[in-house]
Design a protein around this ligand. Structure first.
Ligand SMILES: NC(=O)c1ccc[n+]([C@@H]2O[C@H](COP(=O)([O-])OP(=O)(O)OC[C@H]3O[C@@H](n4cnc5c(N)ncnc54)[C@H](OP(=O)(O)O)[C@@H]3O)[C@@H](O)[C@H]2O)c1
Length: 312
């Protein structure tokens, strides 16, 4: 693995963005500047490399189960991720029992060490947040989260104080905030500017590219890693292309499914660190991890993807 330092990565991507050459051949080499088989990207604050596709657990009632078969299905999805080079799992105490499913599965699979575990503080009130965090440690059966994020900018200042204290105690490795609505982009930018964040999580997909001119430049400037939620617009992107085959020209950069098409579009932006598609299906996890293989779209191909989507 080529360990790109934070400074080096920021310098290269900043220079390329400044020249207006998004995903140009220069950026392609940055985007692919790692010799692993699967695309990894750095967390800027430490230089730690993580696989650029993970797993979200809000999808289709990940935490809602009515039988053991339901649990096995979700455990298989987690197993597919961790057995095939993925590490990042994003969950939340508000995803109706998803934390408990993830905690149970990581123990059953004995793969806790392979997981980069992200959850959230998702409640108003500082003390309520502290109590909720305690329940999350319990549900996820761990004493340490890789990433703890303030969910949807709820009482952000208070919860950041708590999360930073947990980081100082070694119970959290990285600090982050999340939101999903474009109208909160400017607020998110203020938090990026005023705080020492490791991660920002927000929406980016072919339907909503609003962070390109707000959150992404701020994250680049301040060295904050970017986790992308709802990469498929909660499944609406698949419905938009329903009945259509993936265009043949996308095969040139290793795309043979719509899942890979939408994810490679996201990953071709150099300021994106990791996307977390939600699914309860192991075969979709495998499809999504496929976006980590092969080269990324060039600037011309990326524009072609945008045009294709706009013409639908
Ligand atoms: N504010 C926040 O912090 C926030 C907000 C929203 C989401 N999130 C996080 O972001 C994650 C992703 O968002 P999301 O789950 O709401 O939406 P999403 O990832 O945009 O879309 C999920 C949908 O895509 C389908 N899907 C997944 N992979 C597929 C593939 N390869 N081919 C075809 N269909 C596929 C899933 O169906 P199946 O389940 O049937 O595979 C599901 O219906 C969440 O799970 C959550 O962890 C965070």
């Amino acid at each position: 693995m080529t360990d790109i330092s934070r400074k080096e990565f920021l310098k290269l991507s900043g220079a390329a963005i400044a020249s207006g050459a998004l995903a140009s051949s220069g950026l392609d080499s940055i985007a692919n500047a790692q010799s692993r088989e699967l695309l990894h990207r750095p967390i800027h604050s430490t230089g730690e490399m993580i696989p650029a596709v993970g797993l979200g657990t809000a999808s289709d009632g990940f935490g809602r189960m009515s039988s053991n078969d339901d649990y096995i299905r979700r455990r298989n999805a987690i197993d597919a991720l961790l057995s095939n080079g993925g590490t990042v799992i994003d969950t939340s105490p508000t995803y109706r029992g998803a934390e408990a499913v993830v905690g149970r599965a990581l123990d059953d699979l004995n793969k806790r060490d392979q997981c980069f575990l992200a959850t959230k503080t998702s409640i108003f009130g500082k003390d309520d947040g502290i109590e909720q965090n305690a329940r999350s440690y319990n549900a996820l059966k761990t004493n340490s989260f890789d990433l703890l994020q303030v969910h949807n900018l709820k009482d952000t200042d208070d919860h950041l104080e708590t999360i930073n204290a947990l980081k100082a105690e070694g119970k959290v490795r990285y600090v982050g905030i999340t939101h999903v609505r474009s109208r909160l982009n400017n607020e998110a930018v203020h938090f990026i500017e005023d705080n020492k964040l490791d991660f920002i999580q927000c929406q980016y997909n072919m339907m909503d590219r609003s962070i390109e001119n707000s959150v992404l430049p701020a994250a680049r400037e301040h060295g904050v890693a970017v986790m992308i939620n709802v990469p498929f617009a909660r499944g609406r992107l698949f419905r938009a292309v329903s009945g259509k085959s993936v265009p043949a020209w996308a095969n040139e950069f290793g795309v043979d499914t719509w899942g890979k098409f939408f994810l490679k579009f996201i990953l071709s932006h150099p300021d994106v660190t990791v996307a977390i598609p939600g699914t309860i299906n192991d075969y979709h996890v495998l499809d999504n991890l496929g976006a980590l293989k092969g080269r990324l779209p060039t600037a011309v191909e990326r524009n072609k993807m945008i045009q294709y989507y706009q013409d639908l």
